[in-house]
Design a protein around this ligand. Structure first.
Ligand SMILES: [Zn+2]
Length: 426
């Protein structure tokens, strides 16, 4: 699954797209009598122009360093709040306002934190995307979306953290057990409300119009008991030309959505390959599995905060009086950030494993190994195609293009021709 609102813009004409569209023609090695999956995979990779490969590698590898920089920026911002005395002064100032001082502190902290990080965020998430031809929005449009996100995180963050402070202050030593349970429940609520209330703030969602594509997708859904009576299309081209689809929501709000870019840029075989993958997430209950993993990670995070916070603030350092003191929030946040930064390979591996499962499911459902391969090449516009083994383990939240195509070619080799779908027309 892919998170809504993520990622942004690609220029249609960039070289790699031309190469990817060219690759809709099934390469010769993919037809050979004695079918060799490795050779067929290589044949697909060879259809991508060298300059397009170099560009996508540079974009993705630069992203590794950005993760480190993002972390260092958050450390610097925390230093301003703690050592710079901003958190202490803010707490003392808001303390005079009475019982809403905690949620007000959270909102003020969220906004100041955002403003201090803004130069970096503009560079990393707008300027750099634009430079790589992956951004369709003007700076003003992009910033408008940022303000909506900031409002949402202030509101949700204010309520969530207010509740967590109430837990810490009332429940004492065993607070981290209740904090974990509460956080996972809150996360589930966010997953439920996102497709219905939050995603439409950024993009227009419409039920797909009747036609052969919609019919093919609903037929796939019916054959696997995915209770979807509608498929949603949204105008992701507003932000970028990246192709994407997702399963979002939980319980009654679960839905399958695909981007207008996917419909415009892909053949029916490719669309079926992508949607087979998305239905896999649904059938395999990946949202629930992910929530279960996250609850374990959060539990450890809260335990870590419980252990480290007292040591770091001993003697009233930075004017913090204890874990229940909201002036310590920047420290709590930085401990969380450091923990999840170090956990990046673990979290990526959990998600990548689900993605690989959805790939396998999607191949069996859509029976379009070549459509799957060509769409994997299109995704390589913004994801390095063939990383090293450990590079993939540490940095990839989806399988690499190479491994996805190899999986499709193995499936093709092992599946009798008569039970495969027709190959995509050039
Ligand atoms: Zn997925």
């Amino acid at each position: 699954m892919k998170v809504w609102g993520q990622g942004v813009g690609a220029a249609v004409a960039v070289g790699i797209l031309g190469a990817a569209l060219g690759a809709c023609l099934v390469p010769v090695a993919a037809h050979a009598a004695a079918f060799d999956p490795v050779a067929a995979t290589q044949a697909y990779l060879d259809t991508v122009a060298a300059d397009a490969r170099a560009k996508s590698n540079a974009y993705f590898e630069g992203g590794y360093w950005l993760q480190l920089w993002r972390f260092l920026v958050s450390l610097a911002v925390a230093a301003v709040f703690l050592a710079g005395g901003v958190a202490r002064r803010l707490r003392d100032g808001l303390g005079r306002l009475g019982r809403f001082d905690t949620p007000l502190f959270v909102v003020a902290y969220t906004v100041i934190d955002y403003l201090l990080s803004l130069p970096f965020v503009v560079y990393a998430d707008w300027y750099r995307e634009k430079r790589y031809g992956l951004m369709n929005q003007t700076l003003g449009d992009w910033f408008g979306d940022q303000l909506i996100q900031l409002a949402i995180s202030s509101l949700f963050g204010g309520l969530l953290i207010w509740a967590l402070y109430a837990i810490v202050r009332r429940l004492g030593r065993r607070w981290w057990i209740w904090a974990t349970a509460f956080s996972v429940a809150a996360l589930a609520v966010i997953v439920v409300v996102t497709p219905v209330f939050l995603a439409p703030l950024f993009n227009k969602y419409e039920a797909m119009k009747p036609g052969p594509v919609r019919e093919a997708l609903l037929s796939m859904a019916r054959s696997n008991e995915v209770p979807a009576t509608d498929v949603y299309e949204f105008n992701a081209s507003r932000q970028s030309n990246k192709i994407s689809a997702n399963v979002s929501g939980l319980f009654g709000t679960t839905r399958i959505s695909l981007t207008d870019t996917l419909l415009q840029r892909c053949t029916l075989a490719e669309i079926k390959a992508v949607m087979g993958h998305e239905m896999g997430h649904y059938v395999l209950h990946h949202v629930f599995v992910l929530l279960a993993y996250l609850s374990i990670l959060m539990f450890v995070a809260f335990l870590l905060v419980d252990g480290a916070f007292g040591r770091l603030t001993r003697g009233g350092r930075w004017g913090i009086t204890g874990l229940g003191d909201v002036a310590g929030l920047p420290l709590v946040m930085v401990l969380f950030t450091a923990y999840f930064f170090l956990m990046t390979p673990v979290l990526n591996t959990i998600i990548r494993t689900q993605e690989a499962e959805a790939d396998a499911f999607g191949l069996n459902l859509a029976r379009e190994p070549d459509g799957f391969a060509t769409v994997a090449l299109k995704l390589a516009e913004y994801r390095k195609l063939a990383p090293g083994k450990w590079e993939e383990v540490v940095f990839y939240d989806h399988p690499s293009g190479y491994n996805r195509i190899l999986r499709a070619m193995r499936w093709k080799a092992e599946t009798p021709m008569e039970s495969q779908a027709a190959e995509p027309k050039p």
